[in-house]
Design a binder for this molecule. Sequence first.
Ligand SMILES: [Fe+2]
Length: 190
Amino acid sequence: MKKPIAVLVLIIITMGILGISVWLNSTIQNSSFACSLTETNPQGPYYIPGAPYKEKLGELISGQRLIISGNVLNQDCNPVSNAIIDVWQTDSNGNYYFEDFTLRGQITADNSGQYKIETVFPGKYSESGATRPAHIHLKISAPGLSSHTTQVYFEGDEHLDFLVKPSLILKMDERDGIKYSEFDFVIFTP
Ligand SMILES: [Fe+2]
């Protein structure tokens, strides 16, 4: 091989190795050292601001009990302390309540970002001629932060529609007649 060609080949090989190294480094950082933000979902038409702070939702409402718990984290996977989750949902028959804050409330996470939503399993309702899957609406925030609005859905629902993103489908467990799910919300903090 002539010398200029050999130098050119050497440069190309070196650049290739450098490129692979940069790509590997960014892949490792993305997969190991960062949390992906929870995907958003539309607020929908049934939100009422100003719901009271609650520990449990729908205590006087009949229906299967549901407990969702987990952490509120930021993009660096650090807990967001004193996070607030504004929750609204239907009862098990798919009815929203508008005259009071039944099945609407703000749940606070603790200092380490842990939260627990105790409620009833929501029902389905018809909207624009289509059946909406069972879902819960949430706005996740913390003092000084804007809200991160989304909805969560439940695995096995036959009516999962075009709004549903796979990352928002909760895996479910059931013990003693109570449905459980664990889910971490990830929101952006500056
Ligand atoms: Fe809804």
